[in-house]
Ligand binder design. Structure first.
Ligand code: UFG
Length: 327
């Protein structure tokens, strides 16, 4: 299939693009490079463009005879979204709407959407199933939830089949460890700890050690980027027959911040300073997925569920690319 990968120069999008090419698809990356890296795009056509540019979207869809769209081009920082809600609703919601309009107007009816565990807010039951209440507690989560609702209504018109994939904590490096995380500024736990292990930052700060968990630090469900991308391929195949698919993507096993730090110490063989700071606003104590729906309906399995393997792949990427993609 000819697949438009919006945000294909970013961390998840670039891994997805590489995987699509490996599976015989023709990915076309559409990215404004505001966050992504051109050198992360492998084996794909590239169009530098903005999702706000309806005319360029329509032109690109027609030029490359696009059959389906995968959409990764969104802002992802919870804290930033609290400070700039309008920016988040514009980029994450209005631009997604623009993209969907371009798809409907050109007759493209398959859409795979990057959603997030942040749509659940502070869940009352763990592990999280897809059907529990969606009560996002920040503009980031709500902007994703709003797109999901728009998609649900759109699918009922018969004009769009979609899969909303709710990611837990995507991490690690894919494509043989050569496509890893390089965010500016970095805010994600594993790359930050690795920076401390590499001596690129003085310490790692734990955001709160007084949560109601076994060691007091937050627990998250870390999912390897290759496993995450694999689920997209399976979901895409299902969109021939299904109008609406919604899946959690996680391993179902949680690791605390302290456990992640210990794992990086073990994998790297380095010691570094760990300090404890205040809680970060908006962090739920525990987020782990019940991903049995994806396992049953898609036949999804994960190849790299162990945190140590995930961290090893990230460690390898950061050591090979100490300055990230260097752009
Ligand atoms: N943390 C620290 N110190 C740091 C950075 C993070 O203690 O310097 C903690 C956080 O408080 C949190 C955990 O490490 O408890 C993971 O934090 P991340 O920022 O790596 O990831 P989040 O769980 O906040 O969010 C990630 C994605 C979101 C997505 C969410 C879904 O960044 O886009 O997972 O669970 F919505």
């Amino acid at each position: 299939m000819n697949i438009l990968v919006c945000g294909g120069a970013g961390y998840i999008g670039s891994n997805m693009t590489a995987m699509l090419a490996r599976h015989g698809h023709n990915p076309v990356v559409y990215d404004n490079l505001s966050k992504g890296h051109k050198s992360a795009i492998r084996n794909a056509q590239f169009v530098r463009g903005d999702l706000a540019d309806y005319d360029l979207l329509v032109e690109t869809i027609k030029k490359y005879s696009i059959d389906a769209v995968m959409h990764f081009a969104a802002f992802i920082e919870v804290g930033e979204s609290v400070a700039d809600p309008l920016g988040y609703y514009y980029n994450n919601f209005c631009n997604a709407r623009n993209l969907l309009q371009a798809m409907v107007d050109t007759g493209v009816n398959k859409f795979v959407f990057s959603s997030t565990a942040a749509v659940y807010g502070e869940p009352e039951t763990i592990p999280i199933t897809e059907d529990i209440a969606k009560q996002p507690i920040n503009p980031y989560g709500d902007s994703k939830r709003a797109v999901e609702l728009m998609l649900s209504f759109l699918s009922k018109t018969g004009k769009m089949n979609y899969a909303a994939l709710r990611y837990f904590n995507a991490c690690g490096a894919g494509e043989d460890g050569t496509l890893g995380e390089d965010h500016q500024p970095e805010s994600h736990l594993i790359p930050l700890i690795i920076q401390a292990a590499m001596g690129k930052r003085e310490d790692i700060k734990i955001f709160g050690n007084d949560y109601p968990t076994h060691d007091g630090t937050c627990i998250r469900d870390y999912i390897h980027i290759e496993d995450l991308c694999k689920a997209h391929l399976l979901a895409l195949d299902k969109l021939d027959d299904e109008a609406e698919l919604i899946f959690n993507l996680g391993n179902g096993k949680g690791y605390s911040v302290l456990e992640v730090i210990e794992t990086v110490k073990k994998v790297s063989g380095k010691d570094f300073t760990v300090i404890t700071g205040d809680r970060r606003p908006g962090d739920p104590p525990v987020l782990t997925a019940d991903a049995s729906r994806a396992r049953q309906q898609l036949g999804w399995t994960t190849d790299f569920p162990e945190l140590e393997i995930i961290v090893e792949s990230a460690w390898k990427f950061h050591n090979a690319n100490p300055d990230g993609y260097g752009d």
